[in-house]
Design a protein around this ligand. Structure first.
Ligand code: N01
Length: 536
């Protein structure tokens, strides 16, 4: 191993030290590669380092949201709550980096600003933000799907004189909302979680909602020592089931279509999932929830009823119920009392579909109906998902084109792993891989294991250059599109398809076919001499 320094030469450059980057550093190191990690932040953890807003928890159960590649690690770490809070997840990332002695491989507070492929030597030249360079045979972009906030696209935003916060760039110092009038813009996972917390202290909270999300109670609670022990005893089976499932969690499935059972049974199933606080379980409980419009609507109707039960004012409840895009095509959320905040006198829903924002002013926010005067604005407005971070790096491939140019008409890849024209450059959970539609840790591990084996096989076979062929990439892009078209995702209009960023081409970014089938495909490709990849 070598620490990065001026003119460092290494086998593998790993960009990012979030959960994907840490897994890559550990696995590649274990395989005997010389590895350099570069992280733009001051610490490991990626999204769990920069996102630190009050109320942040993962929407995957903690016992699942952890690495499985080292049994000692999974046996020795003990989660305290069913759904872990951000500080606990960050502690876990720190534990992993220290336990596997990875910190000395990582250069912190440093960004990779440019990557140039040298086709003569089949190596990448990386330029870092401190002016130093790294010369690497292989590059792993472990930069995360949700790591570049979407630009603020509201007129007048820079005029506001009060406090401005963004959920994805939360300060490290505590922020108090006591006695303040606060506006939260956005009602995705971040907005729902942060608004629920701010409502506890703020003098007044305005929740500015353009598109409502479905949310359900997390039913978070401390884990008992007994249940942790039971879970750990079954870890090998639980992990194996997750790897071959639809969602990486092996959520219970009936194996039936929604209307193959009577209404009583259908409802009982939905009720079980809702009471258990398992949002992913809705996707596969019936085989056709993500395929058939009526089956999908039956979930929507169930969840809408639950929202009505939680909100005292019936007219207000209707405004909080999503409509217009099928269930699942926008991330469903987990909350700890979100809908109930609208029963408080200090909380007002501002329904932007009825009265859009005209502009932000020095004192607050003007909508077509009213002027809101606030002390603080919290942007929970989301991300330029999947493509924002890689295209912000000036990456020039083998034929002189940048990645941004290559993806100008929509992101494309072969198996979410490689982009044609960019040899020796791997993505982790890139576009057209299951990524965000799964327990992402399972998807990260699958990709990193695959990449590590591909590099070990390349070393064994004397291969110095590996790249996705254009035909294989096109075939995979066509396949992922066809699968999406056969599901309700054909009607998605969320960040899953790039619809949240002005001018971004619409492509179904995650692969909707499930992690089990995807894993099999990746295995087959590797076993068949890395079919679809040119190696020499
Ligand atoms: O972002 P989002 P997020 N004016 O894009 C609104 C993961 N995550 O940060 O939909 C007014 O989902 C926008 O409205 P619309 C998780 O995968 C996980 O909340 O564009 N509103 C939307 O309501 C999640 O899906 C966890 O109409 C504007 C919101 O802002 C992903 O990260 C926690 C606007 C953005 O929602 C992203 O979640 C947090 C404008 N100009 C995040 N621009 C957990 O594990 C945007 N909006 C629990």
């Amino acid at each position: 191993m070598s620490a990065a320094r001026e003119g460092t030469r290494t086998d593998v450059l790993v960009v990012g030290a979030g959960f994907a980057g840490l897994a890559a550093l550990a696995m590649l190191h274990r395989e005997g590669f010389d590895v350099v990690g570069v992280e733009r932040e001051h610490e490991v953890g990626g999204t769990w380092y920069v996102n630190r807003y009050p109320g942040l928890r993962c929407d995957v159960e903690s016992m699942h949201y952890s690495y499985s590649w080292d049994d000692d690690l999974q046996q020795e770490w003990t989660w305290s709550e069913r759904y872990a809070s951000q500080p606990e997840i960050l502690s876990y990332a720190r534990h992993v980096v220290d336990r596997f002695d990875l910190r000395r491989d990582i250069r912190f507070d440093t960004a990779v600003t440019a990557l140039r492929f040298d086709p003569v030597h089949d190596r990448w030249a990386a330029t870092l933000s401190d002016g130093s360079t790294v010369d690497a045979q292989w590059v792993v972009l472990a930069t995360g799907a949700l790591s570049t906030p979407k630009p603020i696209d509201i007129p007048g935003a820079e005029e506001f004189r009060g406090e401005v916060l963004h959920t994805a760039e939360w300060p490290h110092e505590p922020v108090s909302f006591a006695g303040k009038r606060v506006a939260v813009i956005g009602t995705g996972s971040s907005g729902i979680q942060v608004a629920t917390e701010i409502a506890k202290d703020a003098e007044h909270l305005y929740v500015l909602q353009r598109t409502p999300s479905y949310s359900m109670p997390a039913r978070n609670r401390p884990l008992t020592p007994d249940e942790v022990a039971r879970w750990k005893a079954r870890y090998p089976d639980i992990r194996e089931a997750g790897r071959h499932s639809l969602d990486g969690l092996a959520s219970p499935m009936t194996g039936k279509n929604a209307f193959e059972v009577d209404e009583h049974e259908r409802r009982a199933r939905y009720e079980e999932i809702y009471r258990a606080g398992l949002p992913f379980a809705f996707f596969g409980v019936f085989d056709d929830v993500l395929v058939d419009d009526d089956a999908n609507r039956s979930v929507e109707e169930f969840l809408a009823e639950k929202i009505r039960e939680r909100v005292d004012d019936p007219a207000l409840a209707e405004k909080l119920i999503p409509s217009g895009a099928p269930f699942g095509t926008r991330r469903s959320c987990l909350d700890s009392g979100y809908y109930e905040i609208f029963n408080q006198r200090n909380v007002t829903l501002v329904a932007l579909r009825e009265s859009p924002i005209v502009s932000i002013t020095p004192r607050g926010i003007d909508t077509t109906r009213e002027s809101l005067t606030v002390d603080a604005i919290v942007y929970a407005t989301g991300y330029d998902a999947f493509t924002g971070t890689p295209t912000a790096i000036d990456i020039v491939g083998a034929e002189g084109a940048t990645l941004a140019e290559t993806w100008a008409d929509g992101a494309r890849s072969y198996l979410g792993l490689m982009v044609a024209g960019f040899p020796n450059l791997f993505l982790v959970t890139g576009p057209q891989s299951p990524s965000v539609l799964s327990n992402v840790i399972v998807s990260i591990e699958q990709h990193v294991e695959w990449i590590t084996r591909a590099l070990a096989d390349a070393r064994r076979d004397g291969v110095v250059r590996m790249e996705a062929t254009r035909d294989a990439e096109q075939e995979w892009v066509d396949h992922t599109r066809a699968v999406a078209e056969s599901t309700v995702y054909r009607d998605a209009s969320s960040w899953y398809v790039g619809a949240n960023v002005a001018g971004k081409p619409r492509v179904v970014l995650p692969y909707v076919g499930g992690v089990g089938g995807f894993r099999e495909r990746c295995e087959e490709v590797a076993a068949d001499g890395y079919r679809g990849f040119a190696r020499r």
